[in-house]
Design a protein around this ligand. Sequence first.
Ligand SMILES: Cc1ncc(COP(=O)(O)O)c(C=O)c1O
Length: 377
Amino acid sequence: MKPIESLTKDNIRNLKPCRHGAEVHGAAQESGYTTHEILDFSSSVNPLGPSKKALDAIQSAFTEIVAYPDSNSTALRETIASHFNGITKDNLVVGNGSTELMYLFAEAFLKRGEKALMAAPTFGEYERAVRKTGEAVKFVKLDKNFQVDVEAFKREMAGCKLVFLCNPNNPTSKLIPKNHLTSIIDSALAQDILVFLDEDFLEFVDDEKNTSLIPQIDKYPNLFVLRSFTKIFGLTGLRVGYGITSKEIADVLHCAKIPWNVNCLAQTAAAVALKDETHLQITLDLIKKEKTWLQTQLANLGSFRFSPPDANFFFIDIEKTGLTANALKHRMLKQGILIRDCSNFVGLNEFYIRVAVKTHDQNMRLIEAFKQALNPV
Ligand SMILES: Cc1ncc(COP(=O)(O)O)c(C=O)c1O
């Protein structure tokens, strides 16, 4: 038989894996700590975990696993719709994690020879989603303050079919100012370019309601806004995310997605989690307080450069420490702490790290471990 490689489609054979944070299993093997002992600052999710009500709902839903889940997550879509003004379930599509929707969107809309545009650095799965279709990716470097250069972005957008934007951006933790964002989307609309706007971290932002573009989906028929139950809702391992968009785009995606893509426990838990406003408020209060504390402590270390984060994670230039991100990561891991080495993000060198905001005790451990790693005795 011919080698399997020669039977594989070129676009699949050429795919490279995208490394992420939360590699606790590899970290455990390297460090000798168990996966439970490792304190994971590389994954920016709710440090309090999911709502207790959502966990109880999962237990009550156990008996439902004997049947197929609702293939189109109808009840969950209705719950999400009621959470936002002016949205119906027809504007919604639910995915197996929001990542599934990136792949689905690229697969549904990128025709042969078409290009997708994105910032560098940004979340790596947009690139892979495009490459998996076999089509081309174009990057626009962020400016020196890690902001989208609107004019450059608009210039490069000409001739593209689709653009990916992340607000606030991973790994930079920076919001795109609203007038910049709408200027890009207006320009995209005028050229029939689709905009995939990832708001997965927006619930952590102070003025979420006024910053989101969800209220503008009627104005922008080219806009798809992504949200996730992974981040603030902490349902990370269940895999559920959603997109809000025009009925036309949602219909296309429903038609293209695989059936039963979201399991019944995830559908139930997500609907309950969305309604647990108390848990969300406790989380937001904690993140706000701890972000302020960490900002002071990280600045006091003296050799870290960063600007105040908009999201629930810090993006830090560590070049002044004299260590690479990889070296610092290994020194931290020896102390049972996992941080994100950002050197595999397109557009970054080897001197950037990302750390999440966690509980006070955990954040104190982070700072102590940084002190130890930067000044080993
Ligand atoms: C910006 C961004 N969007 C999406 C995702 C993936 O989220 P999900 O777990 O919903 O697939 C991540 C994960 O790190 C992310 O950083």
